[in-house]
Each structure stands twice: as C-alpha cells, then as structure tokens.
Design a protein around this ligand. Structure first.
Ligand code: ATP
Ligand code: MG
Length: 168
C-alpha cells in the first residue's frame, strides 16, 4: 500500500462531486457535512474506493426523494482519529443481514437486484478489506425502512498533542 498525507475534505468533495450525477438520476440528494478539514494518513486511492463503494450503495439502496450525507467528525478522545460516515434515508438492512453484508457476493435481495442489472456483492467486502488493512475500524448501523449508516475511522497526520487540547 501507499500511505501518504491526505487532505480529507478535498478527497470527500472530489468523490461526492463525481457521484452527483448518479444521485440526481436516482432522485437522491447527496450532501456533505465537513465543518473542519483534517489531514489523515492513508492510501488515497484505497480510501477513494471506500467512499465510492459506500456512497454508491447509499444512492442505490435509497428511496426516491431520499438523502445521503457524507461527513467527517472527531472520533477518539485523544483527538488522533476521525470518523468518516455515509448515512442515508434508504431501505435499510435488517439486523440478521447486517453481519453478512461485508461477505463476498452477499446481497440482501438477489432477485430484485438482478432486475436492476447491477451489483455483484463485492463492494462492501472490498471496503472491509481496505479498512482492516489500514488497521482502522468499520461500523454499520441500520434501521429497516428508515436509514443506514456506514462509518470508518482514519488516523490524523496533522495532530500534535497539547496544541489541540482545550484549556492550554
Ligand atoms: P457491488 O457493490 O459489488 O456492485 P452490491 O452493492 O450488491 O454490489 P455490496 O456493496 O457489497 O454489494 O453490498 C452488499 C449488499 O448489502 C447489497 O446488495 C445490499 O443488499 C446491502 N446494502 C449495502 N449498502 C446498503 C445500504 N446503504 N442500504 C441498504 N442496503 C445496503
Ligand atoms: Mg455496492
């Protein structure tokens, strides 16, 4: 892998801009929530692929007039990690299926998907593989017919202890 310093806001904006046409076609609003920029240490192409796979799903498994939000927020108490999240207002995933969605070739509704003519069930297996290779964490939460949230941690390259601590 090729670990480098990445401007996270630039990378997220770039991917979101490139998927905007796909969201519009599906009548889904794709927006960002990036109040602060971070420099993280990671493989840019791999994290780009993670974002593409997650946002693609959040558009694909959404409802007409639905919403997708891609955001970044602080994660660890010591301020060394951030959480990148992709949340949607889509069809959701039942509890029994959540643990299986990162398995290779696993798809919740194979018959419906075949009609759509899209998807091999590899996107989330790739996401899991990349996040694990970075020694980071992947979280999946969902409420059927309401929303899903896929999030992962990244490690900051721009953090220096003391400087970012409040009250110092
Ligand atoms: P591919 O990504 O290879 O084109 P895929 O989208 O079917 O195909 P994954 O991205 O691995 O495969 O997702 C696996 C399954 O998990 C999907 O088929 C879908 O049933 C479910 N899933 C993934 N993301 C979401 C989501 N945001 N909302 C609801 N279901 C989801
Ligand atoms: Mg997919």
């Amino acid at each position: 892998s090729d670990i480098q310093n990445i401007n996270l806001k630039d990378l997220v904006m770039d991917v979101v801009t490139n998927l905007q046409y796909k969201a519009e076609k599906a009548d889904v609003v794709l927006k960002t929530d990036l109040p602060q920029n971070y420099v993280v240490s990671a493989d840019r192409n791999q994290i780009r692929q993670v974002l593409i796979n997650l946002i693609d799903n959040s558009i694909k498994y959404n409802v007409k007039g639905g919403k997708v939000t891609v955001g970044v927020k602080p994660w660890s108490k010591d301020n060394t990690r951030v959480l990148v999240y992709v949340k949607d207002t889509g069809i959701g995933i039942s509890q029994q299926h959540i643990e299986r969605v990162t398995e290779r070739f696993f798809r919740v509704d194979k018959s419906r998907s075949r009609e759509d003519g899209e998807g091999t069930g590899l996107g989330l297996a790739i996401v899991k593989h990349i996040i694990q290779a970075h020694n980071e964490e992947l979280f999946i939460e969902s409420t059927p017919n309401v929303s899903s949230s896929f999030s992962f941690t990244l490690s900051r390259a721009d953090h220096t202890s003391f400087k970012d601590e409040p009250n110092q």
